[in-house]
Design a protein around this ligand. Sequence first.
Ligand code: GLU
Length: 469
Amino acid sequence: MTVRVRFAPSPTGMFHVGGARSALQNWIYAKQQGGVFVLRIEDTDAARNKPEWTEGILSALDWIGIARGSYEGPYFQSSYAGEHRAAAQRLYDGGRAYYCDCTREDVQARTGSQYQGYDGFCRDRGLGPGEGRALRFRTPDEGATVVVDLIRGEPTFENKLIEDFVIARGDGSPVFLLANVVDDMTMGITHVIRAEEHLPNTPKQQLLWDALGVKPPIWAHVPVVVNEKRQKLSKRRDKVALEAYKDEGYLADAMRNYLMLLGWAPSGDREIVPWSVIEEEFRLAEVNPSPAFFDEKKLRAFNGEYIRALPVEEFVAACQPWLTGTETIAPPPWQPEEFDPAAFAAVAPLAQTRIAVLSEIVPNVDFLFLADPLIDEAAWAKAMKEGAADLLDAAIAAFGALESWDAESLKSTLEAVGAERGLKLGKAQAPVRVAVTGRTVGLPLFESLEVLGRERTLTRLRAARVRLV
Ligand code: GLU
């Protein structure tokens, strides 16, 4: 039997990191089993779907390593409406489903104040199809439905506790539960690896598989992803869109490594491992069923490590979108013609060890490409205390007299200027740094000054000095 898995997102919003995690797990499982990965877009909720979300899913998958063209599909659930209706009809024809004209209020009036599921009122009324009549599945009165789940063992659901659920609405349109099963059947899916939130649907879906006479798939419900307050990650509250992480400058390799650690870990005491190790070692059955904490701080730290591990020319290339701006990334504060690739290449190795996400490259290097630095007023106030004017005067004179404009000479010069005033180098650097870069923190100062050049450095120091008068 060829293993066939599917990833079946609904295009109703930005692509969720939890979805990316499930997609990767499906992807790896298929690869390990010599199987096939199918992408199915569940686009039947016409009111909530937008074509651009579908495109967003395809490009997000591509970014994370599930490349377009390397899987089967995308199929679109909406193209299978005929199959969904035919299945509903078969269930009705076979006596496994019946029409029901009860309203929710009717049921509530019969069963008490709180709606606790359908009471089976229409089971044996023999109603035929008609406007406003829903089709309900006749669940077995006895026995139990045992779901085989690679992560959760064999959760067992008593059939008598499963209500006669709706499979087609009053207007005849099949509901998600049925459409999802029929598509899995049509596409020959053998393993359904999906988010835990679908577990309550599973016994109902498995009953549908049985009733339609097809062997149900093996299930694997992967743990819900939660924030630091143990709340399910939600798009209203948390940063969940994979695209948002991408645009902030997370590397795809860091992201997918981190996502695979949600509920699982590779062998040994390691977390940051090459993708090939994850592909080899990942075991679906080892995934911890408890909620998985999406720790953004840890992800940031991961990303920093991945950035540092890049060959410098790859780092330079990876920074490009932030150096120019793209459709989704804001342009930097400098004009394109002000950018100097050689100057950038000179400071890139210094920046590479200091940033955790690629977007941080911009505030680290903008001083090189702007005519005047962007002065952070809080930084200015902090650095330009008593003595700053005198120190700047001395630095201007000493730097102006330097024979060789290099980091080492700049450093020893400022060290001497500081020492004459009883200041340690750190203290002496602060006014110079703010005058030249606009900030109190940034790349190593003297290398920065070397790249910026004598003339521009002195111009900025003088401008700051003027402001201090
Ligand atoms: N379309 C469903 C979702 O996005 C997935 C259902 C499934 O994987 O079975 O939650």
